[in-house]
Design a protein around this ligand. Structure first.
Ligand SMILES: Cc1cc2nc3c(=O)[nH]c(=O)nc-3n(C[C@H](O)[C@H](O)[C@H](O)COP(=O)(O)OP(=O)(O)OC[C@H]3O[C@@H](n4cnc5c(N)ncnc54)[C@H](O)[C@@H]3O)c2cc1C
Length: 502
């Protein structure tokens, strides 16, 4: 069999972008995906003819000249994607003891104006918040698609806590809660979440907020087509079981059917601990492996996908984030009886969506320990295993509990439900291949900011990492990680200039 220049393990956003760039630059690329569908969190699924996303509910930075726009433009996606711009006030924050709906708006000017309606006394704090967001983002060269610059610029701002920063700029409890109100986007936890994570994620939506009409799998379709057109080989439905090592270098990827694929370099879009566990013989010292294995992950989720009755529930171009007062930074720390302490509510847009919604996704945190009793089962469309009646009743109970909570703020929603489907941490574990169904990879802590930052280069000269474990999660974060990994493989980053000018 042919020897490839680069073999990519996993077809999430990071793997796809890395593969696309490398194949455009003349590298022979082979991408191997364990699932039937390429895309990882970009996968979609249809229920009663309604398309639901597994991990792309909205995107930021897609206005001309903004970072994701430039990347997508360069990769030829902007003409192919069906996008919908969200309302100016794209995220709306709700609290249990407050009838008001607080708005987070696109465009810094709009953002300030909108918050000033609810917090007229807080102009100084709001402006300070905005200036800080922008200046933090400026310190991350690849976020601004800059070729020059490096780690030293960002290190300084990586050890600031998001919660502490917000508490510092304002004494107003409500404003504090609103500024953190969409923190399910990055799993804001207590004091530990660094401000830079908050800034890079939230800034992107504040620049501009968009939905993928008909789902995020359009991105996968376009990127896989690009790789294929450039001569790349795409293999799906085959898990990479082992990375076979010779003389300190990875030589082959061993697939589940026994096929060995040889490449000069390997890029892994799967978690680093799992990547190194696949190496045979081991590539890293037991102490390093232990450190990787011990890294804590972000919490997982419980999701309800609702199919609405025809022409019943109004379609809106914004999202809602709810939290119980006092718990915005601790929604994953719930007790059984008080769950959920927060939820997010996203519409599922399709090209036939007009006045009424076809579907909606409700998303709340769920810790993996809750599904531990069924952890030994494995269930995907391709490899179906029934997890049993008690699992079905657990899901039903949780769904009803979550719907009751949502109905408090959205009375009448239940009446419009035709049917609903649920997913748990086990669904994400089995479909994405991470071990605990975690949302966004490893947890980041402002007190030890470098611990969770993986470099694209590993100690093994021909093994590279990409995807959300690298620096930042999200479609933007992983697209950037794909660029970083491609640059690491090639030993040059001149293509960034082309992206800037696309
Ligand atoms: C519920 C949820 C909602 C989200 N909402 C948004 C959103 O609205 N906007 C946004 O920007 N981001 C969102 N995200 C985050 C975003 O989707 C992810 O950060 C991003 O897609 C992860 O990309 P990745 O490159 O790390 O790869 P992943 O998506 O993690 O994909 C990894 C791939 O590797 C494959 N794989 C694993 N092991 C093997 C193996 N041994 N052999 C072969 N293949 C293997 C998996 O099957 C998978 O396809 C959301 C995530 C979740 C979970």
């Amino acid at each position: 069999m042919k020897k490839f220049d680069v073999l990519i393990i996993g077809s999430g956003m990071g793997g796809l972008v890395c593969g696309d760039i490398l194949s455009r630059e003349g590298y022979s690329v082979c991408l191997v995906e364990k699932n039937k569908q390429f895309g990882g969190c970009l996968q979609i699924y249809a229920r009663d003819k309604v398309t639901f996303d597994s991990g792309v509910h909205y995107l930021g930075g897609l206005e001309k000249g903004q970072n994701l726009y430039q990347i997508f433009k360069y990769l030829g996606l902007m003409d192919k994607l069906k996008l919908e711009r969200m309302d100016e006030v794209f995220d709306r924050v709700l609290m249990d003891d407050d009838e008001r709906i607080y708005g987070i708006a696109q465009g810094y000017g709009n953002f300030i104006q909108r918050l000033m309606i609810d917090f007229p006394e807080e102009e100084e704090a709001i402006r300070k918040y905005c200036d800080t967001m922008k200046s933090i983002c400026d310190r991350f060269p690849m976020y601004r698609l800059r070729m020059e610059g490096g780690a030293s610029e960002k290190i300084e701002v990586m050890s600031i806590s998001a919660k502490r920063f917000i508490e510092q700029i304002t004494q107003n409890e409500k404003l504090r809660a609103v500024l953190a109100g969409n923190n399910m986007l990055y799993v804001g936890v207590g004091e530990e979440t660094p401000l830079y994570v908050h800034a890079l994620i939230v800034n992107s939506y504040m620049e501009s907020a968009w939905r993928c009409v008909n789902g995020g799998a359009q991105i996968t379709k376009a990127l896989t087509a690009n790789i294929h057109a450039a001569g790349g080989v795409l293999i799906r439905n085959k898990e990479v079981l082992k990375l076979l090592v010779e003389d300190g270098l990875v030589k082959y990827a061993l697939l589940e059917d026994g096929v060995r694929l040889e490449a000069a370099s390997f890029v892994s879009d799967i978690p680093p601990a799992k990547t190194f566990r696949m190496a045979e013989p081991p590539l890293i010292r037991p102490v390093t492996r232990k450190r990787l294995e011990a890294m804590e992950n972000t919490v997982s989720s419980f999701i309800i996908n609702i199919v609405f009755k025809k022409d019943c529930y109004p379609y809106v171009k914004h999202n809602y984030y709810y939290h119980k007062r006092g718990s915005v930074w601790n929604m994953a720390g719930y007790n059984e009886g008080e769950w959920p302490l927060g939820y997010a509510l996203y519409m599922a847009p399709s090209s036939r969506t007009r006045e009424f919604a076809d579907g909606m996704t409700i998303f709340a945190y769920m810790r993996y320990e809750e599904v531990q009793p069924w952890a030994s089962s494995f269930n995907t469309v391709a490899a179906h295993e029934d997890r049993g009646a008690d699992y079905a009743s657990f899901k039903k109970r949780k769904a009803e509990q979550l719907l009751d909570k949502v109905e408090e703020k959205f009375p009448g929603l239940r009446k419009c439900i035709k049917t609903y489907y649920t997913s748990t941490p086990l669904s994400y574990r089995d479909y994405i291949g991470n071990e605990d169904g975690n949302l966004y990879g490893t947890r980041k802590d402002y007190q030890d900011p470098l611990a969770a930052l993986q470099s694209a280069k590993t100690k093994v000269p021909n093994l590279y990492l990409t995807g959300q474990s690298l620096n930042l999660h999200g479609i933007l974060g992983t697209a950037i990680s794909g660029l970083i990994s491609a640059a690491a493989v090639m030993g040059r980053n001149d293509f960034i200039e082309k992206i800037r000018n696309a």
